[in-house]
Design a binder for this molecule. Structure first.
Ligand SMILES: Nc1nc2c(ncn2[C@@H]2O[C@H](COP(=O)(O)OP(=O)(O)OP(=O)(O)O)[C@@H](O)[C@H]2O)c(=O)[nH]1
Length: 393
């Protein structure tokens, strides 16, 4: 699936930068275009892979390249005022070659949290391609203003996009460690999960044709209908071998050894599907009640089979109660792993979202206290930021 990605704010920019790195490394061809938008000049300068001409600094007249300091109302205003500058960068994207837009942002800050819904609304008005969001929720130790921003942004973002894929930093920080310490690992996790999902169906030249192909339309159909999505992932190392059975032998079957292999392969797949769906999801939730799901099995073709995928698919149907579960494979010949990705779309029973909604309601009452507390933090942040900028120029 070919995407035009827009990283909005610091977290969004870093994740899109990482997607580009992943794309180069795996030759997966999912990032057809990448743009980074920010109010902080230093954040844009810190990116490694997004081309310089695709880095858009907005709000210069308001915040002079220093960021909006977790003020997401200001983030939204600035995005509206400078939407033409963002559109200017999007104008150079061959939109007819992309399957969808993906706007990536941390929902706890100011720029991405406020600006992403504004951009989503704008893109929906101009283009016919679906517009998805990848929203990162803050760690619960980050403070009231981050939670409040996330609560508000989430509500607006989910309304403006065709589907909001969510990653919860809070569920991914290591015990006893603040989330700030571990962004590299977390971003790796995000990119691996979404990379396998979006990479399915994008088989490069000379690649294997999948036995039951997952293509862009299956991903789009699973995400259609809106709401919130989460992703489960599990993988296992497998022995690599040059004696690759290939498509024909997988269809025609083989001798007894092959039957044994095939049973083993089927069992491995079904166990990986369970691990993915029942293990840590990008947004932890009850999987029962999920509206639609997609199962992707990625890895060397000889370690994938239709029977395993079919069993895995049926098992997900039983667990979720959904009648709309798709499944297929994503052959990667030279991979040393078999990975299972489960996309659960339209999830409803999500404790973290209920908590955020509660926060948004309570916050209406004590917004001034939170803002005052955050103003002190903001003053410190701006001082740090200025020191950082001075050292860069
Ligand atoms: N997963 C992940 N989360 C991040 C990263 N950087 C920041 N965050 C999270 O994103 C939120 C802050 O958003 P940022 O993207 O830093 O803020 P911003 O959109 O640039 O807005 P301002 O800095 O307020 O102008 C916090 O909840 C952080 O936990 C990152 O590299 N990876």
């Amino acid at each position: 699936m070919k995407l035009a990605m827009v990283g909005f704010g610091q977290a969004g920019g870093k994740v899109v930068d990482k997607f580009l790195e992943y794309d180069k490394k795996h030759n997966s061809g999912i990032v057809r275009a990448a743009i980074a938008v920010n109010t902080a000049k230093a954040d844009l300068m810190g990116l490694e892979h997004v081309p310089e001409e695709k880095r858009v600094l907005i709000g210069q007249s308001r915040v002079k390249g220093h960021g909006v300091g977790a003020d997401n109302e200001l983030g939204a205003e600035v995005a509206e005022e400078d939407i033409d500058e963002i559109q200017g960068a999007i104008d150079s994207v061959p939109v007819h070659e992309v399957d969808a837009f993906l706007i990536v942002a941390g929902l706890g800050g100011g720029t991405g949290s406020g600006g992403s819904p504004v951009l989503a609304k704008h893109l929906q008005r101009i283009y016919t391609e679906p517009v998805y969001g990848l929203g990162v929720l803050p760690g619960s130790d980050e403070g009231g203003i981050y939670t409040l921003n996330a609560a508000r942004s989430f509500q607006t973002f989910v309304r403006e996009v065709d589907n909001l894929l969510v990653f919860d930093n809070d569920a991914w920080r290591k015990t006893g460690e603040s989330v700030q310490g571990g962004y590299d690992e977390i971003n790796e996790e995000i990119v691996t999960r979404f990379g396998v999902l979006f990479g399915a169906g994008e088989i490069g030249q000379g690649g294997e044709v999948a036995e039951s192909v997952v293509d862009s339309s299956e991903i789009i159909n699973t995400l259609a209908g809106g709401g919130v999505s989460t992703i489960g992932y599990a993988s296992e190392t497998v022995e690599t071998s040059s004696s690759n059975g290939g498509l024909l032998s997988r269809i025609t079957g083989g001798d007894d050894d092959d039957d044994l292999d095939s049973a083993h392969t089927t069992n491995r797949i079904t166990s990986l599907v369970r691990k993915a769906a029942l293990g840590r999801l990008t947004l932890p939730c009850e999987i029962e009640g999920t509206e639609r799901a997609l199962l992707v099995l990625a890895g060397p073709p000889r370690h994938l089979n239709r029977k395993g995928i079919e069993r895995g698919r049926k098992w997900i149907e039983e667990q979720t109660g959904s009648m709309e579960v798709r499944g297929g494979d994503y052959p990667i010949t030279d991979s040393g792993r078999v990975a299972s990705v489960v996309l659960l779309s339209g999830v409803t029973n999500v404790p973290r979202i209920k908590e955020l909604q509660q926060v948004a309601i309570e916050a209406q009452d004590n917004i001034d206290d939170i803002r005052n507390e955050s103003q002190d933090n903001l003053d410190d942040l701006i001082n740090d930021d200025e020191d950082e900028l001075e050292s860069l120029f």
